[in-house]
Design a protein around this ligand. Structure first.
Ligand SMILES: Cc1ncc(COP(=O)(O)O)c(C=O)c1O
Length: 396
């Protein structure tokens, strides 16, 4: 988004994105003339059903899946909850083990913690200083009773990519050697439009996506469920979505997420070079202009859209307020936890000093980000950090 005087320089695309006009246009008729309930039998309902079917086929094509394997949900968080709790609830008693990582989004960590309270066990595998998981270390945590492994594809705070395919392969081998039976889930919410989501190449049984991260509507998600995998529904009722998620379908939003995902995939490869170039400028600019700053994440295994920096002796919140004053919207890690003053669990897992972790800023770029936007944020960040460094802190 260009930053003319009255326009906001939005650099928080990992938090959410605006709905694309092409997506909105497709959605609109489903609020009005095509308002039928897709479960009804008359032809008005048929239009809504056709919209649903078409969206499901678009999603399946992007994932290399069958349309019967696509479940529409109420968002990325719900998709993760359905994958995790839905697989746990298939067990006859609250027993068994989940392996996940220390850097997952809270929409994975919190449902796993809820299951721990019920008697399930969990291991949170750590990461290196770049936020990467070692596939062998992950596989080593698999036990004979591990029924679910969950690893995110792209981290939402630092943009680090995990080698999900290798992790999935090693994890399955380890489980098989021990006579176990395991499902592999990936939270791919931040990977859509950036990386291939082919479920066979990734080697996963369950994959979560969210609409509002890909220029689609909020409150809409997708869970891919491999054929043969059974999940206990979290929302029971009329049996929609092949008994996996009840409730009259949010047809307009589903039509929207289907189109948004198809567009994101179609444009994925053509946007990579531009994003890399902008990201290189940003990272080099911060290192050159802001003394003592550090880049959090991996230089080699990352999506260029998400960059995370720390500034010693300065807290994240005043930096964000300073940027906001200059018309720039950025974030201090995950939008969901930015209200808390706790240092980010992701940066802590990467071994970032807690003093530095509280001064972290995430800049996430999107389709409309320009070179000028990057130049503007570099200038503003340099000024704001400099000003804050000269102010005494409360402890001084
Ligand atoms: C990695 C990741 N997973 C899950 C979610 C939750 O998605 P939603 O906001 O659609 O519930 C987010 C959103 O911040 C995310 O970044």
């Amino acid at each position: 988004m260009t930053s003319s005087d009255d326009r906001i320089n939005y650099l928080d695309y990992a938090a959410t994105t605006p709905v694309r006009s092409e997506v909105l246009e497709l959605m609109l008729p489903y609020f009005t003339e095509k308002f039928g309930n897709p479960s009804s039998l008359y032809s008005l309902a048929g239009e809504a059903r056709y919209g649903l079917d078409e969206a499901r086929e678009k999603v399946a094509a992007v994932l290399g899946a069958r349309s019967s394997e696509i479940v529409f949900t109420g968002g990325g968080s719900e998709s993760n909850n359905l994958a995790i709790k839905g697989s746990a609830m298939m067990k006859s008693s609250a027993a068994g083990h989940i392996t996940t990582t220390a850097i997952e989004h809270h929409a994975v960590i919190h449902p796993v913690e809820q299951l721990e309270k019920l008697g399930y066990e969990a291991t949170y595998v750590g990461v290196d200083s770049a936020g990467r998981i070692d596939p062998d270390e992950f596989a080593a945590a698999i036990r004979p009773d591990t029924f679910l492994a969950s690893v995110m594809l792209v981290n939402n705070e630092v943009g680090t990519i995990q080698d999900v395919a290798t992790i999935a392969r090693r994890t399955r081998e380890k489980s098989r050697q021990q006579g176990g039976e395991i499902l592999i889930h990936t939270d791919a919410v931040q990977g859509a439009g950036k990386l291939s989501l082919n479920v066979d190449e990734l080697g996963v049984d369950l994959l979560s996506l969210s609409g509002h991260k890909i220029y689609g509507p909020k409150g809409t998600g997708i869970l891919y469920v491999r054929r043969g995998v059974e999940l206990e529904p979290l929302i029971a009722g009329g049996g929609q979505e092949r008994q996996r998620r009840s409730g009259t379908e949010n047809v307009a939003n589903i039509v929207g997420i289907g189109e948004a995902l198809a567009l994101a995939e179609a444009e994925r490869l053509s946007s990579i070079e531009r994003m890399r170039d902008l990201s290189d400028r940003l990272i080099a600019g911060v290192a050159e202009r802001i003394r003592g700053s550090s880049f959090n994440g991996s230089h080699t295994h990352r999506v260029p859209e998400i960059s995370n920096f720390s500034f010693p002796g300065v807290e994240g919140e005043p930096i964000l307020l300073g940027l906001d004053f200059q018309g720039i919207a950025a974030s201090s890690g995950s939008a969901c936890s930015s209200a808390s003053l706790e240092p980010s669990h992701v940066l802590m897992a990467m071994g970032v000093d807690p003093g530095l972790a509280v001064g972290s800023v995430r800049i996430s770029m999107g389709r409309d980000t320009t070179e000028t936007d990057i130049e503007d944020v570099l200038q503003a960040l340099t000024d704001v950090v400099q000003q804050l460094e000269t102010f005494p802190t409360a402890e001084d």
